[in-house]
Structure formats: structure tokens, C-alpha cells
Write a protein that binds this ligand. Structure first.
Ligand SMILES: O=C(O)CCC(=O)C(=O)O
Ligand SMILES: [Fe+2]
Length: 541
């Protein structure tokens, strides 16, 4: 038998050291303290079981949840009082009791209750609560009598267990589970745990009421389209890159409801339209009247052009409603009078044309696509069509192209001429037609955009960037007009009526005639009724 060095105390059983190794000092503290006081001395001292106190304010709650049985070692160590490991269990309880007055002996105990998450830690809680202790002894009561004080919400763990505390197998299980809503997520390197926490949260989210009550087509398309969605969400991309993330990483961003474009992109009541009825005729009339190349400029006007980085462009009218300004705003008149088609020569210098062509090469010319079927998120498929055989490159905001000096300058130049903000202009679509390529008759107006934040395309500001040896003109069959390509020339036409900037003018059908010899480079500048850049940046076009 083990004895203390001073010989005063000895274990009463030879197996005490073995039992100690088996954890009995903790599991069976009362017996072991009596029979194996020497072997268990260290542990009992450390465990303060003999002092019979709780070392954590939530001990009564945990005890009420059955943790003394489920997790005896830790609980007996830190919650000896609540786990009734004390020599005289009544001591502690009675002390607390005295502080609070004489309880009602018939009070319900914690064990009576069904909700395991919401238990009182003492059978006297209801009595104390009735006597106003939840208010006068708020901190202690909130924690120890959450049910009686109705403070369960406050003590429930707010953040679930972190991945950093999980076993690798658990982490793998969570990552595997993410396959039920898209690409299985990956988490690597120093951000592994934090990424897994995002995945875990998205699993909870996908199972939540919020998601389950959404239309089934939306839930079915709420999928992580990339294995890094959760990592991107972790590093803030749900906000930084809304246009992609909110729909393509919707589980990770917890944005399933935003797949529905009506939720994602509500109508902006106070958006300023670029045109109100009657403005379109005035706009064309003014551009033609003030074209600097068509008149003699004062010195001040000349200087203003230089300040605006504008060239001495000339205007040529191919079609106009009337030789005199039309003042009446009328759809009947709009339909009976010819529409506007004008060109502006020397709108760009040859150097600017070459630079823009090269920007296209830098970003890559690819086979052009048409607008296809609507997708569940309200955007449209881009489809290859035999009616359009050219190639194009987008000078987009996202790639940074739009912010380069020349594209920015040209957007501003067009804005100055039209007096419509550059924000209303789509990214330039840079075009390349080789011999034999064309774009058959079509209209630039896109009907569904009338319901979008950006509104419809109201004008096409088309830029020719090269001369073409033969063919390649832009033809308006209904108007019997063909504009020949010429480097630096701009072609401007409306897609809507003067009297109604939301209504398509069907006469503005046009085609890019086949290039017969040489290469045609050009650029589409599509102007919208409302700001285009902002909705585009959040996936709302
Ligand atoms: O290339 C042209 O002349 C016109 C092209 C066009 O209409 C378009 O890309 O929408
Ligand atoms: Fe077009």
C-alpha cells in the first residue's frame, strides 16, 4: 500500500495505483478519496473535488444537461459541486439557498423538463425567479436558472464548434457533405479551418427554413459552381465580387434568394433616365448643329475642344425626321417621319483606332455570340449563331480594360457629345471581321432589359477602327442606307422612339455586310436608358 511520506495516511487497497491509472480518482472520487487518499492526492488536489466548488459559472447548467455522466472526468474536476461529488452535498446548495430565501419544495427540477438546451441548474430556480431574483441577481440567475428566467437564448452557444477544434475526419466529412449543393468544397493551407467553418455554416444555411421555403427551381440552382467558393467567401469576395459570387457561389455566400433576379435587382425607383420623351430628337439635332468640323469655331471653342480631348469631327446626316427641328412629341409622328442615322468622321484619330484594335488583341478576339435563352438567375445564355460569324473582345470593367486610358477617354468623349453619362454605356465590344464574315440583319434593342435596372439600349454609338478594302458596310435594309467603314468614323443611330425611350423602333434593323476584302475592325458602344456600369458590377444586367 502507498503511504504518504510522513506516514500518517495510507491507501487502503493495493490496487489504488492501478485504479488511479484507470481514472477512478475522478470517476469515483468519493470512494477513492476514502480508500486511495495517497494515490489520488495529486488529482484530488488539482481537481478541487474536496473543496466542493464549481469552477465555472455554467456548471449547474451543464450538470442539468447530464454532462456529469457523459463527461465525468472534466465535470468532476471543474464542477464537483454541481456533480454532487462533495462530501456533504447539502452544504453548497444550502448556502445558495439561504442567500435566496426558503424555496418552495414542490418546484419543478431541471430533470422534469424536455428541452435539453434549456434547463435550470437548480430545483429552486422557479421559486427564486418568482421572487424577482432574475432581476436582482441577474448574472448568476441568467446562467444558472435560464429556463425560469427565460434567458435560454442568451446562454445558448452562439457560434458552433469551430473547425479548428475538430478531428481531421470530421473536417473531411463536412467538406464531403458540401457536394450535395454543388462542387465539393476544398480547404487548404493556413486558411483550412476558417474555410471549413464557412462550409459548415453553408450546410446549416442550406438546411434552414430560409432556403427550404424558396421556390424549388431556385433551391435546385443554388449551388457552389466552383470548389473554391467557400474560400472566396472567407476572403470577402461575396461583397467584392457580387456579380459572380451571389449567384455562382450562393451557398457559400448564403444568397440563394438572390438567384431570383427580382430579389437581386429590384427596380430603382429614383434612377435618372438619360432621355425623357422629346429628348432624342433634340439630342441628334444638337449633335449635327454643333459638330465642330462643320462650322467655323471661335478661338474659345477651339480651346474647349482641345481641353475636352475632342477632335474636329464632322457630322453627316444619312436620315433625319425633318429638315427642321421637330418640336412635337408624338408616337404617330415618330412612325411617320424617318428616323435619325448620322455619322461623325474624324471622331477618332488613326492612332486611337490602332490602339483600340490592339487592346482587342490583348484581351483576345473570340467568336461572337448572340443573346440566347433566359437562365433561372434572370441572365441570358450567350449562344453561337450562324447569323453572326465575326469575332469580338470585350473591353470590360472587370478585366480592367475599361479603366485603361483610351477606352475611358472614348467613353467620356461619347458622353460629352451625347450629354449622356459614360456610366450608361456598356463596355466596348471590339469587333473583328475577316474576309467572308458578317452579322445578318438584327436589332440592338434587347426587350428584357426594359425590365432591368439598366433599361434598354437606346442608342448605338458604333466606331469604325479600320478602312476595309471591299464590303463590310453597315446596312439598314428598311431605310436603304449603307454606311461604309472608315477608320475614325462613328455611326450613331437610335433604337427607340423620340416619344417613348422604352419602345423599340423596329425600323432600325441593320446588318454588317460580308467583308469581301481586307479586315474590318470596329467597336460597339451601346448606350442604355439608365446607368449600366453599376448594375453590371452586381450581376443585374
Ligand atoms: O459591324 C457592323 O457594321 C455592325 C455590327 C452590329 O450591328 C452589331 O455588332 O450589333
Ligand atoms: Fe447591331
Amino acid at each position: 500500500q502507498e503511504c504518504a511520506t510522513d506516514g500518517t495516511t495510507c491507501d487502503k487497497h493495493s490496487r489504488c495505483p492501478v485504479w488511479k491509472e484507470e481514472g477512478e480518482c475522478m470517476r469515483n472520487a468519493k470512494y477513492m478519496k476514502e480508500h486511495c487518499p495517497v494515490s489520488c492526492r495529486d488529482i484530488h488536489q488539482e481537481a478541487v473535488t474536496i473543496d466542493c466548488i464549481d469552477l465555472h459559472e455554467r456548471c449547474p447548467v451543464w450538470a442539468g444537461l447530464g454532462e456529469c455522466k457523459k463527461n465525468p472526468i472534466d465535470m468532476n474536476r471543474y464542477c464537483s459541486k454541481s456533480c454532487k461529488q462533495c462530501e456533504d452535498d447539502n452544504d453548497g446548495k444550502n448556502n445558495e439557498k439561504e442567500k435566496r430565501g426558503d424555496p418552495d419544495n414542490n418546484s419543478k427540477t431541471a430533470d422534469d423538463d424536455d428541452d435539453p438546451q434549456c434547463q435550470d441548474g437548480d430545483k429552486n430556480c422557479p421559486y427564486w425567479a418568482k421572487n424577482g431574483e432574475c432581476q436582482t441577481n441577474k448574472i448568476w440567475m441568467t446562467t444558472n436558472c435560464p429556463k425560469s428566467c427565460q434567458t435560454c437564448e442568451e446562454i445558448k452557444p452562439k457560434t458552433p464548434r469551430r473547425a479548428s477544434q475538430m478531428k481531421p475526419a470530421e473536417v473531411q466529412e463536412i467538406l464531403r457533405a458540401s457536394a450535395s449543393f454543388g462542387e465539393p468544397q476544398t480547404a487548404e493551407g493556413s486558411q483550412t479551418s476558417d474555410t471549413v467553418d464557412i462550409v459548415r455554416a453553408s450546410i446549416d444555411y442550406m438546411n434552414s427554413e430560409d432556403v427550404q421555403q424558396l421556390p424549388s427551381a431556385i433551391v435546385a440552382s443554388c449551388r457552389n459552381q466552383h470548389h473554391l467558393c467557400s474560400f472566396w467567401a472567407l476572403i470577402g469576395e461575396c461583397d467584392a465580387n457580387k456579380s459572380y459570387m451571389r449567384t455562382n457561389c450562393a451557398p457559400a455566400c448564403q444568397t440563394c434568394q438572390l438567384i431570383d433576379i427580382e430579389n437581386r435587382c429590384p427596380r430603382l425607383e429614383h434612377a435618372e433616365p438619360a432621355l425623357v420623351p422629346g429628348d432624342l430628337n433634340k439630342l441628334f439635332d444638337r449633335i449635327v448643329r454643333t459638330a465642330p468640323g462643320n462650322r467655323t469655331l471661335t478661338e474659345a471653342e477651339r480651346q474647349e475642344l482641345i481641353d475636352q480631348k475632342m477632335h474636329l469631327y464632322t457630322a453627316h446626316v444619312h436620315s433625319r425626321p425633318s429638315a427642321n427641328p421637330v418640336v412635337e412629341v408624338s408616337t404617330v409622328l415618330d412612325k411617320s417621319l424617318p428616323p435619325w442615322v448620322i455619322t461623325l468622321d474624324n471622331f477618332l484619330t488613326l492612332e486611337e483606332c490602332t490602339e483600340l484594335i490592339n487592346i482587342g488583341h490583348k484581351h483576345g478576339y473570340n467568336r461572337s455570340k448572340d443573346v440566347g435563352k433566359v437562365k433561372v438567375d434572370g441572365t441570358h445564355e450567350a449562344v453561337q449563331s450562324t447569323r453572326r460569324t465575326s469575332e469580338n473582345a470585350w473591353c470590360s470593367n472587370q478585366s480592367g480594360c475599361r479603366d485603361e486610358a483610351l477606352p475611358q477617354l472614348l467613353h467620356e468623349r461619347m458622353a460629352t457629345v451625347m450629354r449622356i453619362p459614360a456610366q450608361n454605356s456598356e463596355d466596348f465590344q471590339l469587333l473583328k471581321y475577316e474576309k467572308g464574315q458578317f452579322y445578318r440583319t438584327h436589332h440592338d434593342f434587347i426587350q428584357h432589359q426594359t425590365k432591368r435596372q439598366c433599361g434598354p439600349r437606346i442608342l448605338t454609338f458604333f466606331l469604325y477602327l479600320s478602312d476595309v478594302t471591299a464590303g463590310g458596310g453597315t446596312n439598314f435594309p428598311d431605310l436603304d442606307i449603307t454606311v461604309e467603314p472608315k477608320a475614325g468614323r462613328a455611326l450613331l443611330w437610335p433604337s427607340v422612339y423620340d416619344s417613348d425611350p422604352m419602345a423599340k423602333d423596329g425600323r432600325m434593323m441593320h446588318q454588317a455586310l460580308e467583308v469581301e476584302d481586307g479586315v474590318k475592325f470596329a467597336a460597339n458602344g451601346w448606350i442604355h436608358l439608365y446607368d449600366y456600369v453599376t448594375p453590371q458590377s452586381i450581376g443585374c444586367t
